[in-house]
Design a protein around this ligand. Structure first.
Ligand SMILES: Nc1nc2c(ncn2[C@@H]2O[C@H](COP(=O)(O)OP(=O)(O)OP(=O)(O)O)[C@@H](O)[C@H]2O)c(=O)[nH]1
Ligand SMILES: [Mg+2]
Ligand SMILES: [Zn+2]
Length: 341
């Protein structure tokens, strides 16, 4: 992983962006006060944040209609899935309060700023596919984030129509490994409609966020589950090496029978720089019985005698792949000079 040191220029840019943001926010505040004094706003009502556009959010009100809202600067940021109190104006509304989040999925931005991706989620559906190739380390990073945020992760292999004699064994092993740890692993194909009934059944009445690399088919799955919604799906050329992403903002959709699905933009890397080593360890579910069991309290689980992890590796209680992933993530923590404070 590349080192993320901020150059002077980058730091200056971030500062400048922040300054501009603050100026814009204070202008918005003035507008809010103006509207409030003019009595142009309707009564307070509850709502749910459907998506986020820069300084505005799309809020769904009690009657089910969606309104673009600006938000009071003191709200501290809103994300898709947030429950809010808001007031409807003539063309747009104002969010006046954010309700406490039950849980949130967070990740650091390229600049080390900790950002929320979505709030109040029950399930995190980690989508992988034969194309683009499923990296174990990325899966493990998502799993750590889910475990630490207390969101239940579910793995989903999409594009099963692309499983062939060359890659079948790879995916069978992958699925078996994660199922043995105790994770649910679903197989689906958005293209052929295969396997989606199973997904539909257990997503009912829950709020689920779909995550994974760009191009694995998150939007395609959601669009197959919700055929009436207009959801953008990437063309193959768009998904190629240019690094372009089709979905650019997290958006929430309702299941007609109850439950919500949040589509999120694909990412190549899921940074965990904001976490401590012990948190990463806690994110590896099957490692739990071995924590604190090494002979030396400061054991690095490398070549020390009496290492409980090395023993578990030998006996097969921990897989080589997951242990390598753990070590890779821990090594990447040292790579970063700037972590969010
Ligand atoms: N063969 C096959 N192709 C699929 C399947 N599901 C999706 N695709 C294709 O994969 C490409 C990417 O699909 P998207 O749904 O846009 O992927 P995404 O994960 O939402 O990507 P981002 O929004 O960029 O994160 C599109 O060309 C889809 O048609 C599938 O089950 N089988
Ligand atoms: Mg998408
Ligand atoms: Zn050890």
């Amino acid at each position: 992983m590349a080192k993320r040191k901020l150059s002077k220029r980058q730091a200056w840019r971030i500062n400048k962006i922040q300054q501009e943001r603050n100026e814009r926010a204070s202008k918005k505040e003035d507008q809010i006060h103006h509207d409030l004094e003019g009595g142009d706003l309707g009564p307070e009502q509850s709502g749910q944040v459907i998506s986020h556009f820069g300084t505005q959010v799309l809020v769904e009100g009690e009657d089910g209609t969606q309104t673009r809202c600006y938000m009071r600067a003191n709200l501290g940021g809103l994300v898709t899935g947030d429950n809010v109190t808001w007031r409807c104006g003539k063309d747009q509304g104002v969010v006046v309060a954010k309700l406490d989040r039950q849980c949130e999925l967070q990740r650091p931005s390229m600049y080390g700023e900790l950002k929320s991706v979505a709030a109040n989620i029950d399930f995190m559906i980690i989508v992988v596919a034969p194309e683009p190739h499923a990296h174990r380390n990325l899966i493990d990073r998502y799993l750590v984030a889910a475990e630490v945020s207390q969101i239940e992760p579910v793995l989903c292999l999409n594009k099963t129509d692309l499983v062939n004699d060359d890659n079948r064994e790879h995916f069978e092993t992958l699925i078996k490994d994660y199922q043995e740890i105790g994770y649910r692993f679903i197989q689906a194909s958005a293209k052929t409609d295969g396997g989606l009934d199973e997904l539909k059944t257990f997503l009912k009445d829950k709020i689920s966020v779909f995550v994974g690399q760009s191009g694995v088919g998150k939007s395609s799955i959601i669009s197959t589950l919700l055929p009436d919604e207009d959801i953008r799906v990437g063309g193959l050329r768009e998904q190629s090496k240019t690094g372009r992403h089709t979905t650019t903002t997290a958006t929430l959709f309702h299941f007609p029978s109850g439950g919500d699905l949040i589509d999120s933009p694909g990412i190549r890397e899921f940074g965990l720089w904001h976490m401590e080593e012990h948190e990463i360890l806690e994110g590896f579910k099957e490692f739990q019985p071995f924590i604190g069991m090494c002979k030396f309290r400061d054991c690095k689980h490398q070549a020390e005698p009496g290492c409980a992890f090395k023993k578990a590796l030998k006996s097969g209680e921990i897989s080589e792949g997951r242990f390598e992933s753990f070590q890779q993530i821990v090594a990447s923590l040292d790579d970063v000079s700037m972590r969010p404070k």
